[in-house]
Design a protein around this ligand. Structure first.
Ligand SMILES: Cc1cc2nc3c(=O)[nH]c(=O)nc-3n(C[C@H](O)[C@H](O)[C@H](O)COP(=O)(O)OP(=O)(O)OC[C@H]3O[C@@H](n4cnc5c(N)ncnc54)[C@H](O)[C@@H]3O)c2cc1C
Ligand code: FES
Ligand code: FES
Length: 488
């Protein structure tokens, strides 16, 4: 396809002369004059711009996903169905989620309301809201300044998982198909190009032809360059349409491979059944609408020292799988990060995924994120910690202690690891080894935490890990309380 095409509120739209870095939010408000969708922060933090996009889940079923339109570039919905709050009222009848908000008095000024309604819309058609806290997590990215969250929460509890057999349920059914995402678009005015190659061959061809190309996946990082720094990247190449890069699959020789474009939501679902340490880290990663777009590869390739996936994956012994026309190469994930925000990727090479081996026998493993706020915040310090302890001698046989926020890249505490290996796994030996953290890291002070604070947190996480894994070698997070106010 050589132009932009997507289905907006049940009507297919074809666009031939718009910049491909126009966000869906700007398109809705400035071009389509659908102004229910609001702009609050323009950086994924407030939820005022939430829309719903029909997406395929890993099990092949289609579902609605709430997504921040302020971070979504138009070609990212190529061939997909998008709904805004304007579409919900049908044949003069308000949708269940609109009625629930009104009847629970969930709106005052109403600025946040269309975004909240679209987050509720996702909740309404979900079939996996089996714990009360998951309903809170669904809404964690939607801020409201004036109503107060109790009535909004009541509306959410009322509609979650209701899945009425209506027009929107039918639009998810087997009879309704999306169109292909494949795209090679040039804006006639700006000459900006945007590609959605569908195969690796197409990808390598585009990368050969377009030396200025930037790779993009979910866009939750890259779109901020457009919305906040007013960048206009001349060529973007998205990996989203390449089927072989998405999803979790068994790895050759055991373990699993997480495809680079697997959304964090899908990885979290997998981790909740298979990997408690990964599930712990992903629970407090962004909020639902961010997780619905953020990908595994994007999180690792932005090479942020405070990206949440790297420490836990390094602790789990992950390998980065890199791919180019020349073939595949692999390296320990810790070696993928070569300097502040720099990776080992060569030009025209992509991260295809990460391979995570099975847990070694007698492993104790966990992951921690420390931030100022529990939901939708960035880590000050994070850690993925894994030790193996011989059950007879009680001695540590291996240690992988990976930290984020302590250096220019996510990094292992090699000296602390060396001080632990061979020691009996006791509080005293952990305390003694933790002294080496000062040799491993010289953290910086910034607005998320001072250097002494970070050093203390890193030490305390190791001690906490010792305590927490006494009873359970691979602890899960408990289900959180669902509200600060008990509603009886
Ligand atoms: C509101 C908000 C909250 C957030 N919260 C968190 C959080 O709690 N924890 C956290 O860790 N992060 C968080 N992030 C950051 C971001 O969402 C994640 O890092 C996300 O995983 C990035 O993935 P993406 O696919 O959206 O990346 P993109 O924006 O698509 O890409 C990011 C970078 O990686 C490159 N890239 C992407 N995929 C590949 C690939 N396969 N091969 C080569 N290069 C590639 C791109 O060129 C770009 O430079 C948050 C962001 C926002 C806006
Ligand atoms: S405008 Fe705030 S999340 Fe998009
Ligand atoms: S009702 Fe005013 S911001 Fe929510």
């Amino acid at each position: 396809m050589d132009h932009l095409r997507f289905c907006l509120n049940d009507r297919w739209i074809d666009l031939k002369d718009i910049s491909p870095t126009t966000t869906v939010l700007r398109y809705l408000r400035d071009h389509a004059h659908l102004t229910a969708t609001k702009e609050g922060c323009a950086e994924g933090d407030c939820g005022a711009c939430t829309v719903a996009v029909a997406e395929e889940r890993p099990d092949g079923k289609r579902t609605y996903r709430a997504i921040n339109a302020c971070l979504l570039l138009l070609p990212m919905v190529q061939g997909k169905r998008v709904y805004t709050a304007e579409a919900l009222k049908r044949n003069g009848e308000y949708h269940l989620v609109q009625r629930a908000m009104a009847e629970n008095l969930g709106s005052q000024c109403g600025y946040c309301t269309p975004g909240i309604v679209m987050a509720l819309f996702e909740a309404c058609y979900r079939d996996d809201l089996d714990q009360p806290w998951k309903i809170d997590a669904q809404m964690a990215g939607n801020l409201c300044r004036c109503t107060g969250y109790r009535p909004i929460r009541a509306a959410a509890n009322e509609v979650a998982g209701k899945r009425p057999d209506d027009h929107f349920a039918q639009a998810l059914g087997p009879g309704v198909k999306d169109e292909p995402m494949q795209l090679a678009y040039t804006s006639p005015h700006t000459q900006q190009r945007y590609y959605n190659p569908a195969t690796f061959e197409e990808l390598w061809d585009v990368l050969d032809r377009e030396p200025e190309a930037r790779i993009v996946a979910g866009g939750t990082d890259l779109s901020l360059e457009v919305t906040k720094r007013y960048a206009d990247p001349p060529v973007l190449v998205s990996l989203e349409a390449i089927a072989g890069l998405k999803g979790v699959r068994p790895g050759a020789g055991g373990g699993h491979v997480f495809g680079a474009t697997t959304p964090v939501t899908d990885l979290e679902d997998w981790a909740s059944a298979h990997s408690p340490p990964l599930e712990r880290m992903l629970r407090y990663f962004g909020a639902r609408a961010i997780k619905n777009r953020a990908t595994v590869g994007g999180n690792l390739c932005n090479a942020s020292p405070i990206g949440d996936l790297a420490p836990v994956l390094i602790a789990l012994g992950a390998e980065a799988v890199l791919r180019s026309r020349a073939g595949e190469r692999r390296m320990p994930l810790e070696d993928f990060f070569v300097a502040y925000r720099k990776t080992a990727l060569e030009p025209k090479e992509i991260l295809a995924g990460v391979k995570v081996p099975p847990l070694p026998p007698h492993a104790r493993v966990s992951a921690y994120k420390v931030s100022k706020r529990r939901e939708l915040d960035i880590s000050a310090v994070s850690a993925g910690l894994c030790v193996t302890v011989d059950p007879t001698s009680r001695r540590v046989t291996s240690a992988r202690l990976a930290y984020g926020g302590m250096a220019a890249t996510p990094a292992r505490a090699r000296k602390t690891e060396a001080a632990l290996v061979g020691q009996v796994w006791t509080e005293d030996s952990v305390l003694a080894a933790a002294k080496q953290l000062a040799e491993d890291f010289t953290p910086l002070s910034d607005h998320r935490g001072s250097a002494p604070y970070r050093a203390l947190v890193a030490r305390n996480l190791l001690l906490g890990f010792f305590e927490e894994t006494k009873a359970q070698p691979c602890p899960r997070l408990p289900h959180p309380h669902t509200a600060t106010v008990e509603v009886r």
